[in-house]
Design a protein around this ligand. Sequence first.
Ligand SMILES: NC(=O)C1=CN([C@@H]2O[C@H](COP(=O)(O)OP(=O)(O)OC[C@H]3O[C@@H](n4cnc5c(N)ncnc54)[C@H](O)[C@@H]3O)[C@@H](O)[C@H]2O)C=CC1
Ligand SMILES: C[N+](C)(C)CC(=O)CC(=O)[O-]
Length: 318
Amino acid sequence: MTTTTPEEVRRVACIGAGVIGGGWVAHFLARGYDVTAWDPAPDAEVKLRRLVDAAWPALIELGLADGASRDRLTVAATLEEAVADAQFVQESAPEKLELKRDLLADLDAATPAGVVIASSTSGYPMTDMQTTAATPGRLVVGHPFNPPYLIPLVEVVGGERTDAEAVAWASRFYDVAGKSVITMRSEVPGFIANRLQEALWREALHMVANGEATVQEIDDSITEGPGLRWAFMGPMLTFALAGGEGGMAHMLDHFGPSLKSPWTRLEAPELDKKLYDAVVAGCDEEANGRTIADLVAERDQGVIDVLRATGRLNGGKK
Ligand SMILES: NC(=O)C1=CN([C@@H]2O[C@H](COP(=O)(O)OP(=O)(O)OC[C@H]3O[C@@H](n4cnc5c(N)ncnc54)[C@H](O)[C@@H]3O)[C@@H](O)[C@H]2O)C=CC1
Ligand SMILES: C[N+](C)(C)CC(=O)CC(=O)[O-]
């Protein structure tokens, strides 16, 4: 393993610079790191710098680290150049298993020995991605949430061939870099948060497909309802309060049987053209003329307001 401690890291490489890679770049720049990015798309640098510029006002509001600057971003011409002197590597390439396997093997070959390489994958187990790397012990999952420069959580987990030391190093590094870390004990498919989100998403798609709720109603049902509580108290404790003075024990006695009620019976819906079009059109209708850039700015401001209201403006951590 690397002899660089998480506290000593100054140079980070971000591989893949789309929505998430770009978000990681913005986060690491705001925390004062030197960042080198690489992305094979011809227009990647223009898009990346646009994303960082759009994120920067929110990051200023959150509070930049000493010395943080957009000038610390370098866009490399090759993968090898990007990782040549990296002290940590964050991979955020498209969610395709074969691509991730090949890319992680290439990164492993090009990155200085012992440096930890993390994948942003939304759900592939590292065991399935590290199969062709020569030194898989340093490969971990570091799953972020969009946008990584504002949402604190990172889920960290290794694969069967990952060294426990690499998982511990990555968890500590993200902590030092201002993230809120959950280090998982096993490779649960979808990790923790996406497993929960996907359950909700599956039910939402069923309701749209069956004409039971509109896209707008689904969003309102969360933002006007449980979402208000979830920003500061998770689904477990909020449901404990549903039991009144009896807390979770009374809640389980009272509502436990409804766990087996028909609302939880569903398999994933078929994402056919009709459902696809209905969800896309519903989002356009709900956006009501607001562009994606407008919505990103609105979301960023909303997250900052929530972080401030819940006393979490110190770099995003509780
Ligand atoms: N979009 C989201 O909300 C989240 C995505 N993720 C994960 O982050 C990763 C990236 O997803 P997005 O940023 O959404 O995708 P994206 O499509 O916005 O960006 C992917 C980028 O990778 C580049 N790319 C293509 N081939 C590449 C290669 N061989 N090596 C390096 N870069 C390559 C593309 O040019 C593109 O800029 C995926 O693993 C995804 O599951 C994780 C959390 C949230
Ligand atoms: C849509 N997604 C599965 C890629 C989302 C995530 O992985 C995390 C997030 O940002 O919600």
